[in-house]
Each structure stands twice: as structure tokens, then as C-alpha cells.
Design a protein around this ligand. Structure first.
Ligand code: 2RA
Length: 336
């Protein structure tokens, strides 16, 4: 088993290294690729130094079984053929192929079997804000079909990559010392502020990030239920939070939803209002599971349940989900 990481120097690329090591992913060799700029750098993996190879067209993927790619949609589109032409399965973290009918979009806890139908040998990793939401929606859908979803997100700086986290950290220092904050990745100062815009605005006045939550949820959950999202960037380093309102066909009790959450693989329930216990990004950062809490009946809707959901954006929102897809492929004999 030979695994490749493409885009190893980015925030998600670095997390691939950590997650593969943490989970002791079964492989004989790991090959790491990056841009011309990062070629030659070395990164440690399980006590060994690996050197970044420059990503080029050619036959470097000839003996690769699984390629975990996170170098942006442009690079994914340009190199998909190079990566997959000898049989490697490309698990792509970018938005390049998410909406293509012949590319499955997968969150293993929800729709792992969709991996089996991959005519181009590409599997897409969904957007981070969608991944954590569908992990929480699936056990509800299993109790009663979901009719509609409303969500307000509180998204961390890490969604804009390593440079996003660095920009927030710099701004915090700049603001604290009375300097003018440096703005580059985000449309406005993020420190001491929140920004109700992630990605560009579309014709319907939702942002692309908001509509991704709609399009991707439908594809992953095989549902027609609409998702109406408001996505907001907040000054937190690396875990996204979401307030979610779900309307189901039949009314559900808090107890049955909580029990379903507790049984569901990949979810951890922290919900004890009396002791002020609920998930928060500070404590969920670095964790594998998606955390849920504040579970209650929606007072504005007899068929509604509302709850709070927090997930590490770089882990379950990106690197971990991709590695879990790879693990599923191995466990199900899909990697020759
Ligand atoms: C963000 N969801 O948080 C995006 C990253 N894919 O900016």
C-alpha cells in the first residue's frame, strides 16, 4: 500500500501527516508532494524525515494506491488525470469535483457505500461546514425523514487555511498593541469582530459557502430537504460551531434524539445545562468526533428540534474525513 499526500505544506496537508500517524494507517510507503516552492522541504512522519517532491505531470503516481489531495480546486482539476491514470484513487479535499454526478461526495458515517460508484476513481471530501452538520443530521434522519434544515454557522479562521489562522493571531497582537490590523485573507478585520460573509455572494444573495451546505447535504444524504444557511466567520482558531434547527416529518422527543446521537459513531454528546456543559471550539479543537449539545424542542415548530454542533475544521472537517474514506476503502477491499 502506497499513499501520497498532495499539498502537504498546507494546513490540511500537515493534518494528513498527523492523522495518518495517529491512526497508524496501514501502508508501506508515504510519498509527499507539493508546489515547486515547497519541493525539497522535509517533514517528519513516524520518526522519519520525508522530502517533498514537486507535483509534476508524468508517472510519479504509477505505484500509488491512494492519493489524498488538498492543494486547491485548480491543482486538483489540472492533476486529476495524472494522479488517477495508473489506478490510484484520488480522495480530493477541494471543491473541484464535489458537484459532478460521476464523483461521490462522502462522509463515511453517512454514505460510505457511495464510494463504490466512482467511475473516475475520484472521491470528493465535502466542505467542512457540511461534514460536521451531516454527521449530526444522519441519526435524526434515521428516526424520521428531515423536511428542512436551518443553520447559522460560526466558522473558525482555519477555514481560510494556515494563512487564515496566522492572520487572526497577528491581528489579535496588533489590536492589543494599538496597531492597525493587517487584513489580507478575510474581507475585514476578524479580531474583535465577526464577518457574515464566507466566499462570494451568488445571485440569490446567499454566499457560496451557504449554498455549498445546501447542495452538498442533498448529495450526501440523498435528500430533497432544503438547507437555509447563514455562514459567519468568527475569531476562533480551528473549530467550527453551528446552531441547527431541523424540522422532521413526525415530531421527535429530545430524549430519542439524544439517545440516537449517543449511539451514533463519530458523535459525542455534551449536554448538561445544569452544569453549564456544552461543546465549545476551545475544547473540541484537535478532537476527532463532532460534538453536539444544547438539544431541545424548537418552541417555534412542533416538529422541530434544535441543537448546537462543534467540529474541528481541519480534522473531521477535512483531513480526518478523507483518511476515514481511505480506511473504508481498505476495509472493504477496494484498494488492490
Ligand atoms: C471556510 N468552509 O471555513 C470553508 C473552508 N473550506 O472558509
Amino acid at each position: 500500500m502506497r499513499v501520497a499526500i498532495v499539498g502537504v505544506s498546507g494546513a490540511v496537508g500537515q493534518e494528513f501527516l498527523k492523522v495518518l500517524a495517529e491512526r497508524n494507517f496501514p501502508m508501506d510507503e508515504l510519498v509527499i508532494f507539493g508546489s515547486a516552492r515547497s519541493a525539497g522541504r522535509t517533514y517528519e512522519f513516524k520518526g522519519k524525515q520525508l522530502t517533498v517532491k514537486e507535483l509534476k505531470h508524468g508517472d510519479d503516481f504509477k505505484d500509488i494506491d491512494i492519493a489524498l489531495t488538498s492543494a486547491g480546486a485548480g491543482i486538483s482539476k489540472e492533476y486529476a488525470e495524472t494522479i488517477t491514470k495508473h489506478g490510484a484513487i484520488m480522495i480530493d479535499n477541494s471543491s473541484a469535483f464535489r458537484y459532478d454526478d460521476d464523483v461521490p461526495l462522502v462522509v463515511p458515517e453517512v454514505n460510505a457505500e457511495d464510494c463504490l460508484n466512482r467511475p473516475r476513481n475520484i472521491i470528493a471530501n465535502p466542505n467542512c461546514s457540511t461534514i460536521q452538520m451531516v454527521v449530526a443530521l444522519k441519526p435524526i434522519e434515521d428516526l424520521s425523514p428531515i423536511k428542512s434544515i436551518h443553520v447559522a454557522t460560526y466558522q473558525a479562521a482555519s477555514g481560510a487555511g494556515a494563512q487564515g489562522i496566522a492572520e487572526l493571531e497577528n491581528q489579535v497582537k496588533e489590536v492589543a498593541s494599538g496597531e492597525e490590523p493587517t487584513i489580507s485573507k478575510f474581507p475585514y478585520q476578524l479580531a474583535m469582530n465577526i464577518i457574515p460573509q464566507i466566499d462570494v455572494f451568488l445571485e440569490n444573495d446567499y454566499t457560496k459557502e451557504e449554498m455549498k451546505m445546501n447542495w452538498e447535504t442533498k448529495k450526501i444524504m440523498h435528500t430533497e430537504a432544503e438547507v437555509s444557511a447563514t455562514c459567519v466567520r468568527i475569531p476562533v482558531a480551528r473549530a467550527h460551531s453551528e446552531a441547527i434547527w431541523v424540522e422532521t416529518e413526525k415530531p421527535l422527543s429530545v430524549e430519542e434524539v439524544k439517545a440516537a446521537f449517543e449511539k451514533f459513531e463519530g458523535l459525542t454528546v455534551v449536554d448538561n445545562p445544569a452544569e453549564k456543559q456544552y461543546p465549545m471550539p476551545l475544547f473540541v479543537s484537535g478532537k476527532d468526533d463532532v460534538y453536539v449539545g444544547r438539544i431541545r424542542k424548537d418552541v417555534a415548530n412542533p416538529n422541530g428540534i434544535t441543537f448546537w454542533c462543534v467540529g474541528d475544521q481541519i480534522k473531521k472537517g477535512a483531513a480526518l474525513n478523507a483518511v476515514q474514506i481511505a480506511e473504508w476503502l481498505v476495509a472493504n477491499g477496494e484498494v488492490k
